[in-house]
Write a protein that binds this ligand. Structure first.
Ligand code: EPU
Length: 419
């Protein structure tokens, strides 16, 4: 298994180009199942999760071509059953359910298991399909859904931890071809949901309200092929801004949408960093003072759970006492024990991390447990004394396009050791 060696203590400066959003691209690629006509999706990041999604689409019968960030898909004749062997590798594969139901009125997909960030149910997705008239049956680890007559209905996508992002997308993708009007209440407001809605609209769907809590979808008879460019990855951008905060003289993230990142840039400014927005760029520089923060993860437009681990790495070396509460995935704290191995002083109290900043971390062998936790460990290694050895880096390759190379271009000293 590959590992990453981060040789700490090198200052970062310069500009980094941000890739297309993983969490936008995954459901958008799945949405191409909704039409027989060819679709072209550009700015698709080169990540293992994207590779899994394209493999699933090929297995379902799609013609898939990929060249430097542009993916062409033609789903002329498709199967409705996705094999466990591929689906099990990525939880986001559940988002093929909505398009298969919309187009073929049936779908059989393996149920996703839990993952290290906690129990990840899909009850709201399934309830949403049932509200649209589908019959859901779970057996042998698979969920089989039949929906001979999909019809519009009122659906709620709110869980006690906030609205579900992929659930909102899944129901939206089934409802675009249902008869009548569907109203999604408590819809997720994330930019990735808006991006998916924009692609569906380009395919001929009638959707209003994406980006708000209430989305209305008027079903149409069929959708056609379309071209779409995926939005910039706000979490990749946020991760590089935190890298700049941890170890940068001046770091610019380019090709971003600053409006999507205010929940990250505002706390960074509050912590004392100099943040400058200019067009589609954000620059971070050290400020005169550094302060501790109190942060709560919440759904968009609040502080994202996908930035919690990276922010823990920054606050671990920020003087004073910071407090981060994880409200979306209350168990998403696998990085804490690893950061402590590097000398961080963090006390986990339920779903709240109380972080007493220390002046310096020290490099150590650490274990990546999930995507964002791995990123946090690499960021911590930038500041640590000596070398940090991050094991199981396949997690980081699921969601960051060449993070080691991009950080090295900014001045980091990172080696990837092939197994
Ligand atoms: N939930 C339910 N029932 C459901 C669905 C979700 O109770 O049917 C709960 C979850 O357990 C969680 C909360 O609702 O407590 C929010 O989960 P959500 O469904 O929104 O998560 P998701 O759609 O499966 C996406 C991203 C995650 C990101 C979350 C929250 C993709 C592929 N994944 O997951 O991204 O953390 O939204 O913003 O879009 C990552 O990129 O590292 C990542 C984990």
């Amino acid at each position: 298994m590959d590992k990453i060696l981060v040789h700490g203590g090198h200052r970062l400066s310069g500009s980094v180009k941000i890739s297309g959003s993983k969490n936008s691209a995954l459901p958008i690629l799945a949405a191409t199942l909704l039409t027989k006509e060819p679709c072209t999706i550009s700015r698709v990041p080169d990540l293992s999760d994207i590779h899994y999604m394209l493999t699933i689409l090929s297995e379902l019968g799609c013609e898939v071509e990929r060249a430097s960030g542009v993916v062409q898909i033609k789903a002329e004749k498709i199967k409705t059953e996705a094999p466990y062997e591929i689906v099990r590798k990525m939880r986001a594969s559940v988002c093929i359910l909505g398009p298969l139901l919309g187009r073929e009125h049936e779908a059989t997909v393996s149920l996703p298991g839990g993952c290290v960030i906690g129990d990840r149910p899909i009850d709201l997705h399934l309830r949403g399909f049932e509200a649209l008239g589908a019959a859901v049956r779970v057996s042998g680890g698979n969920v089989k859904i039949l929906a001979p007559n999909l019809r519009g209905a009122k659906v709620s996508m709110r869980s006690k931890f906030g609205s579900t992002v992929l659930g909102t997308g899944n129901v939206m993708m089934a409802a675009v071809l249902a008869e009548g009007t569907t109203v999604i209440d408590g819809a997720a407001e994330e930019p990735e949901v808006v991006d998916l809605a924009n692609f569906l609209i380009a395919m001929g769907a009638k959707i209003e309200g994406a980006g708000t809590r209430k989305i209305s979808i008027e079903g149409v008879k069929e959708l056609h092929g379309a071209k779409h460019e995926v939005i910039p990855d706000r979490i990749e951008a946020g991760t590089f801004l935190v890298a700049g905060a941890i170890s940068g003289d001046e770091v610019t993230v380019s090709r971003v949408n600053p409006a999507h990142l205010s929940a990250v840039t505002e706390p960074l400014a509050e912590a004392g960093f100099d943040i400058r927005l200019a067009g589609n760029q954000i620059t971070i520089r050290p400020g005169a003072k550094r302060s501790a923060l109190k942060l709560d993860t919440v759904p968009y437009p609040g502080f994202p759970t996908d930035m919690q681990a990276q922010m823990c790495a920054l606050l671990a070396i920020t003087g004073g006492i910071s407090v981060i509460t994880e409200n979306v995935f209350p168990q998403r704290f696998m990085h804490i024990a690893e950061l402590k191995r590097m000398g961080a002083n963090i006390d986990l109290q339920g779903s709240t991390a109380v972080i007493k900043g220390v002046p310096q971390l020290s490099g150590a062998p650490v274990m990546a447990s999930d995507l964002r936790a791995s990123a946090a460990l690499v960021l911590a290694g930038l500041q640590a004394d000596g070398t940090t050895e991050v094991n199981r880096v396949y997690h980081i390759d699921r969601g960051y396009e060449s993070i080691d190379e991009k950080l090295n271009e900014l001045g980091a000293h990172i080696e990837r050791v092939k197994a």
